[in-house]
Design a protein around this ligand. Sequence first.
Ligand code: ADP
Ligand code: MG
Length: 761
Amino acid sequence: PVDRSPEIQEARLKLPILAEEQVIMEAINENPIVIICGETGSGKTTQVPQFLYEAGYASGNGHVKWAFRQSEGNVTDLQKCLCTGNLLKPLSSNGTIGITEPRRVAAVSMSQRVAKEMNLSHSVVSYQIRYEGNVTDETQIKFMTDGVLLKEIQKDFLLSKYKVIIIDEAHERSMYTDILIGLLSRIVPLRQKKGLPLKLIIMSATLRVEDFTDNNRLFSVKPPVIQVDSRQFPVTVHFNKKTPLDDYSGECFRKVCKIHRMLPSGGEDDKEDSVEEMRKFTKSRKRRKVTALPKIDLNNYSVVPVDEGDEDRDTDTDDDAAGSDIDLDLGDGDSEEDEKSDSSLPLYVLPLYSLLAPEKQAKVFRAPPPGTRLCVVATNVAETSLTIPGIKYVVDCGKVKKRFYDKITGVSSFRVTWISQASANQRAGRAGRTEPGHCYRLYSSAVFMDFEKFSAPEITKRPVEDLILQMKALNIEKVINFPFPTPPPTEALAAAEELLIALGALKEPPMTGRLKQQLAAKLSCPISPLGRIMATFPVAPRYAKMLALSRQHDCLPYTITIVSAMTVRELFEEFDRPAVSEEETAQLKRKRARFLQMQKIWAGQGPMQKLGDLMVMLGAVGACEYTGCTHKFCEENGLRYKAMLEIRRLRGQLTTAVNSVCTDAGLYVDPKMKPPTEAQVTYLRQIVLAGLGDHVARRIQAEELLDDKWKNAYKTALLEDPVFIHPSSVLFKELPEFVVYQEIVETTKLYMKGVSAVEPE
Ligand code: ADP
Ligand code: MG
């Protein structure tokens, strides 16, 4: 029995999915696999776990696990324990209900919401994401990212502690979600055979369930699809006559002002301030930090979905929106005058994006201050993952910022592209949750007709070496035969397999036969013992290799730190962002000067400097931790506080992972870590080279200079074109003859990131 508060109960009854509870539960009881489709906001994520809980899926009669009570000391003799049953307590007499989310934000906020609705503590309704969680022995409903569940499958292929797995947001087609569906399609029948049935529920917002239902390699018996009626109000879609070329941010601002102006006015508060704030928002291209602005009545809210990289997926931690050179053209600021004059009410503007602190995210769910009108400036997160109540107007710029990879070389670039028609419709739908609404599309209907119907599944778009390693660790050797909902391109599979062989994670195939056979053999290499160790580390294979090599010379703490820093994106503040005032320009200049000074210090002296950008990372993290990792220290020295906290968590996590592989290492995270010795630096450089062996570049010598475009350029094995050391690198002035790089990102040129120097053999 669940004890819900009357308000919660009332709100639940309004959700369309409540009417379907019986149908859904009957389908689940009678079928091992069920697909539930329903518009965003219909209540899938918050309610289905509750239905299952109330139907007894989280309780008893399952496989009871026993554990020693901590307080009883360490009794090792199991026989003895079994005789004295009181030494044991049931660790989990429950079958856990597991829900996976592609985004961290959703996992955290949905667990909190469900706990609140059910009036249960966080130790019962919990979450686990890459860096943290509040799962306990009592957890019965567990929200997690898809990457977390994939790791769990490695430890326990049958997922025996779960009675139900819900794969949420399957329409997003995130890489790990796709793989989970493939794996679960096999796990479910296995559990059936063992007499411990596992239920699989796939939930999806928009359609295209055919990829799942009509794929008989995936599900030999077509699973039933339950369609939840959405209580959607009509949304009037307004297209722009013309499509602005690239100033969608400014266009967005003008449109919001216009919407605001068209509505009846109220008080005469901080109009100057608010417009200034809004200008700031359009000017700061990356994170729109918007606060107070103009207003209307409390029921009228607006959301402006803008672009965002898939920030908080566990799949892809270093992958995210906004490298420093990807400047989006911003508002020209000219035409703002006329709008300014009319907006006389305060708009209460809140940003919403993945990396925003959870307390700040939660603000969008609360009523705005009396006498203000809420305007949410949101990224994709508002498209499907989170439903903000009461939205009436949606301004859709039609864009998304995504990272694109070259299939073979892995070179990536961030690009702002048009969204798919499905995404556009999803965004529009957000305006009609509580009453009829309007969606303003900042592009023409002709442009809309040219959008792709759906966006391509992530797995077809990015390098798959981490995925392949995980699959091989699950003893799936012939990856090509795996029941992918949509398979990755063969070139990407081959590139991944080749890299993993080069890293020693897979056993080399006997190189005989024709080319085709070789390729086939390559795509079915078994994992090596080293590969198994690498697969236990929650980082990309290149970095895992570095960790696996770092036992000697006490290098592990340093490698862990470097790897953590390389995995977390954008450690340093960006100083060439557009400033809104002269004062800010001056401040940025001061900060940059200070940062450059610090960068030199962090880069160390003598041989240390050869480690280049990686030494800077190590030095910066070391200095930051030494002073207690405070917001103040970061602010003063040009470090991103959030990145530093993430590195700290990752260091902890990697330290635990390493300790569990080398049980005698006895590592801990030392906040007062000393700088590495000269010998250690030499060794660290070898380790880095071992992990990034295929990322070596050689400077073009003067005598080889055929073309001006090769000036100060480097040549890599992978690319025809010249690549460069970025001006922000500590090695920019030095230009060593040989370097290794972390990755290449294309902006105005092909730039190497995370560069360190290598000695020629
Ligand atoms: P779906 O998964 O079908 O998109 P959800 O279960 O996420 O739907 O949302 C159902 C309802 O719960 C929505 O109306 C949403 O506004 C509300 N809701 C979700 N999270 C919160 C929260 N943290 N505070 C208040 N309301 C919330
Ligand atoms: Mg949902």
